[in-house]
Design a protein around this ligand. Structure first.
Ligand SMILES: [Zn+2]
Length: 179
């Protein structure tokens, strides 16, 4: 599985990753399980991908999962190709035109908190995706925007408006890396 040590290296490669889909939606998730304390790097990333493959319902026409996994230490994995239309939320447009990003951890109230390395990586990655695909921060959604019964990316993850604002502030930085 492709992995970058940090978001700077990842962002530099975003526009060279094979992709033939039109991208207009970016969706943020948390893994819930594994939580931060259950994270063991490459082994855990592979475990997540294996779980998606193993538990995919037979009647799903698209694979389960997400395109990126952002680890607690700020490493970023690419478990699925960007070109893959994934069943990652219950919204067809979000799946068809979307890129899904999993933040490792359980960010529901009383559990994990987003540390500085992971925050830098996930905000930087969304900024890099906005620059690469020519999107504004209003393209950023949370999984719970599409599924009322979900809290994903967690009830204690920062509010979506704050997340979009932090990404907006990071876009000039991402532009400097990508262009
Ligand atoms: Zn989710």
């Amino acid at each position: 599985m492709k992995k970058w040590r940090g978001v700077e290296d990842c962002n530099r490669e975003l526009d060279s990753l094979p992709n033939d889909r039109r991208i207009r939606i970016l969706v943020c998730h948390h893994t819930w399980r594994p939580a931060v304390r259950d994270w063991y790097g490459d082994r855990s990333a592979q475990g997540i991908l294996d779980y998606w493959i193993r538990t995919k319902p037979r009647n799903w026409t698209h694979d389960a999962g997400a395109h990126f996994i952002v680890a607690p230490d700020g490493e970023i994995y690419l478990p699925r190709p960007l070109s893959a239309w994934l069943n990652s939320s219950s919204n067809t447009d979000a799946n068809r035109y979307g890129i899904a990003v999993e933040c490792v951890g359980n960010f529901d109230k009383g559990h994990d908190t987003l540390g500085p390395n992971q925050a830098h990586a996930v905000i930087g990655l969304f900024a890099g995706l906005c620059v690469t695909f020519g999107l504004g921060v209003d393209a950023i959604h949370y999984h719970c925007d599409y599924s009322r019964d979900k809290t994903c990316p967690g009830s204690a993850f920062m509010p979506r408006s704050a997340f979009r604002e932090r990404v907006r502030l990071a876009i000039p930085w991402a532009n400097g890396i990508i262009r």
